[in-house]
Design a protein around this ligand. Sequence first.
Ligand SMILES: Cc1cc2nc3c(=O)[nH]c(=O)nc-3n(C[C@H](O)[C@H](O)[C@H](O)COP(=O)(O)OP(=O)(O)OC[C@H]3O[C@@H](n4cnc5c(N)ncnc54)[C@H](O)[C@@H]3O)c2cc1C
Ligand code: SF4
Length: 499
Amino acid sequence: MSALVHLDGREVRATLRMSAEVVVVGSGPAGAAVARRLARDGVRVVVLEEGHHVEPQDFESTGLRAMASLYRDMGTSIAFGNSPMPYLQGRAVGGTSVVNGAICWNFPKPVHDAWAQADRALGEALPFEAITRAETELEARLGVHPTEEHVAGQKNLLMARGADALGVEHRPIRRNTAGCLGSGRCLQGCPHGAKLSMDLTLLPDAVRDGAQLVSGVTVTHVLSDARGAYGVRGRSAAGAQVEVRATRAVVLAASAIQTPVLLRQSGISQGPVGDGLMAHPGVSVTGRFDTVVRNFVGATQGHEVTGFRPEGLKLEALGFDLSILTSRLPGVGLELARRVAELDQYAVYGAAIRAEGTGKVRPGPLGPLVRYDLTEEDVRKARRGVRRLGEVLLAAGATEVYPGIPGFDSVVRDPRRMAAIDDEGSLDPKAYTMSMTHLFGTARMGSDRAHCVVGPDFQHHHVDRLYVADSSVFPSNLGVNPQLPIMALAHLCAERILA
Ligand SMILES: Cc1cc2nc3c(=O)[nH]c(=O)nc-3n(C[C@H](O)[C@H](O)[C@H](O)COP(=O)(O)OP(=O)(O)OC[C@H]3O[C@@H](n4cnc5c(N)ncnc54)[C@H](O)[C@@H]3O)c2cc1C
Ligand code: SF4
């Protein structure tokens, strides 16, 4: 067993009882940040994580094998709605940070202003300066810095060229890496240990300060009585019952999907728990170049176009392994075979949409049931996203791009045809192949007990000593990649518990 993991649930075959001051469910950015901050002040913390610990050298190299070992449901979790789409989550020690793109953004001030305007007590309890202070500390620990040109690879450099040609704002992505070799495998887990995910940073900090991390344990219930929460119950991967009693707090950091499920499964269903799911659905477009691009090498996500944010769109270079890149190519038979033979000439860019759509999460017989619907405005943004992606690819030198919208040209070579998408692109939500990786809002924070699940101090409105530290508490989506803001808010949640 690694030095990081105190117990591995695959080896826990008899009933396990533990006690702590604070038990934390989940070891992703939220759970790791809260455990680290508490342990630093000497609090006895136990972290329970359903996934397993995988060392960097043991990460799978292909996308499909990595999904089987590091992603929840092997990456097949689906949100149903007017445009059914996969939502992706990691399931490992370190949570989704193990498989994410390492992109770091700060909490946007306008989002904080909107939260504070809607709920003054929330704004006062969670001042922007406190979020910034937490982010500054975390950024230093995580080595956040702009992607260096020598590891960027062609796909990222071409994005810069395309944005320059169009005159739109762009920049190298700031990432939490140290010694990145540009191997393009962030979404499969970095084999070089260069992505500074939670398993390599905040969790070892917490364990060094005395926290105990138990992997391979699925928490099924929060234990509470009239006096408040006093522990959690679950089962180990080997099938044994696990119970952890906590004298000071129970902290849920299981993500915006699993946290509301856990609450409802435990009979804690006051307030809009599981309602109000928000996201940043993403669309992507593939472009073909006459030159070698090798989309699968270079920093996985090393460049972004920020100039379309006023349109609710943020464009990012994407890096997939060959199996997934192949699935992005159009055509059948000989036409497809020709494209597959040129696999090193393609680049794939994605647009994350700040969507208005909302959804619901409920416990189901086989796992969470997720419903999510796009608004008509979201579909317009998706359509605009495809247009902008195609324009950047063509401006970067792509000879053809594949918008992938049924009823519209399957191959576009002229930027004027990309602009025509605004008029001719379908407004049927199902016309856009989308996926979600940023999830928010299913146990909202706020001072109004009827419409919020936790208070501005992260504590449940109706169950004392029960805290929610993940992005379930965010009253809205952010419009930017959320891992650093999630860590910052979890850090502040820990400080509320300490207070
Ligand atoms: C492919 C991909 C790429 C991404 N890229 C970026 C990026 O570059 N930058 C960025 O900012 N964001 C990115 N994100 C999003 C970001 O990683 C997440 O928003 C963030 O990890 C959420 O943190 P969290 O701690 O709330 O949840 P998670 O990271 O999902 O962690 C929750 C943990 O809780 C565990 N858990 C759940 N239920 C239970 C239970 N019942 N019992 C025990 N354990 C449980 C899970 O197994 C998981 O390990 C990406 C996401 C994906 C899927
Ligand atoms: S690009 Fe490769 S080396 Fe760099 S952080 Fe990602 S997986 Fe690691």
